[in-house]
Write a protein that binds this ligand. Structure first.
Ligand code: FAD
Length: 119
């Protein structure tokens, strides 16, 4: 069995990886329905995050930094900022948001048809 801190860190790394990847695949020009789906998703991600103290802490961060769902760029930037807020509060180093695009290429070789291609 993993120690509590190890398990919490593993959950955190996996969750951040999934979140940043999802944001980097959000449509560049979303429809209102896509934007509202992302907003709802992010609030539920926070509410249902498995580590309760993390969820509570992240809820405060989301009050200060409401989800930006108007475009892929805005969403990616938001994800980087809120992760950096968590980094700051845990005493971790601040990540350079210019690297998000290269770090979260999901390797999904999808065509243009899915509306998620990079442009
Ligand atoms: P992580 O912070 O997990 O980051 C993984 C990798 O992502 C880094 O190595 C880096 O390559 C990249 N990265 C770093 N910063 C950014 C950024 N700003 N944008 C994009 N990529 C980046 N842990 C607690 O102990 N207390 C908490 O209250 C807490 N709250 C959390 C809330 C949420 C919503 C999440 C998802 C996690 C939370 N965690 C919390 C876990 C914590 O954030 C870390 O995931 C965990 O401590 C492991 O840290 P790590 O050093 O491996 O790097």
């Amino acid at each position: 069995k993993l120690g509590n801190e190890t398990a919490k860190a593993l959950l955190g790394r996996a969750s951040w990886h999934h979140l940043h990847t999802l944001l980097s695949r959000f449509p560049a020009n979303p429809t209102p329905s896509e934007s509202s789906a992302l907003r709802a998703y992010l609030h539920l991600f926070q509410r249902l995050y498995p580590c309760g103290e993390c969820a509570a802490h992240f809820g405060k961060i989301m009050e200060k930094f409401p989800p930006q769902v108007g475009s892929r760029n805005a969403a990616v930037g938001w994800g980087c900022v809120v992760h950096n807020e968590v980094n700051r509060s845990l005493g971790k180093s601040i990540y350079d948001c210019a690297h998000v695009d290269e770090d979260y290429d999901c390797g999904c070789a999808d065509g243009e048809a899915d509306g998620k291609s990079k442009e």
